[in-house]
Design a protein around this ligand. Structure first.
Ligand code: DQA
Length: 149
């Protein structure tokens, strides 16, 4: 069975490659997503990706995913730490969502230690750089496979 997965990226992740490379690495989001699509194909999954700097666009993408996706890999960027709207959207769509971060948010500023969405997510992956997306996707696929009849 082919698993359909939404890969959601939030604010400032379009700047990966030049944004604080010591923290986030030098790969662009395009590079990371190209590899992730390739990895997904090997694992029998298909990805659609959405990046937006706007909370409402991310909410809309989650709502739409209800119609086609089996799960979501989501790096919501700074919204992770305070967006009640995104938390509510995750709860509402009832899809398994993996909260994903390039950096180890727990080793950074105190305001990044809190996630408002983690409690309504399937799991959390942080600190593996670009590989965080691969780990999150693999975890999600294994979860979806286990759920298959
Ligand atoms: C991030 C961590 C967040 O705290 C930050 O606001 C980001 C990126 C990460 O991938 O490490 O924009 O989600």
């Amino acid at each position: 069975m082919t698993h359909q997965v939404l890969v959601l990226n939030g604010p400032n992740l379009n700047l990966l490659g030049t944004r604080e490379p010591d923290v986030y690495g030098r790969d662009t989001l395009t590079d990371i997503l190209a590899d992730l699509h390739e990895h997904a194909a090997k694992r029998g999954a298909e990805l659609r990706d959405v990046q937006s700097n706007h909370e409402g666009v991310l909410v809309d993408a989650l709502h739409e995913a209800r119609g086609w996706a089996g799960g979501v890999v989501a790096n919501l960027g700074a919204f992770t730490h305070y967006s009640v709207a995104l938390r509510d959207a995750i709860s509402a769509v009832e899809l398994p969502v993996v909260e994903t971060h390039l950096s180890n948010v727990h080793a950074r500023e105190a305001f990044r230690h809190q996630s408002i969405v983690a409690a309504v997510c399937l799991g959390v992956v942080a600190g593996f750089g670009r590989d965080s997306y691969v780990v999150a996707l693999d975890g999600l696929i294994r979860y979806l496979e286990r759920r298959e009849p």
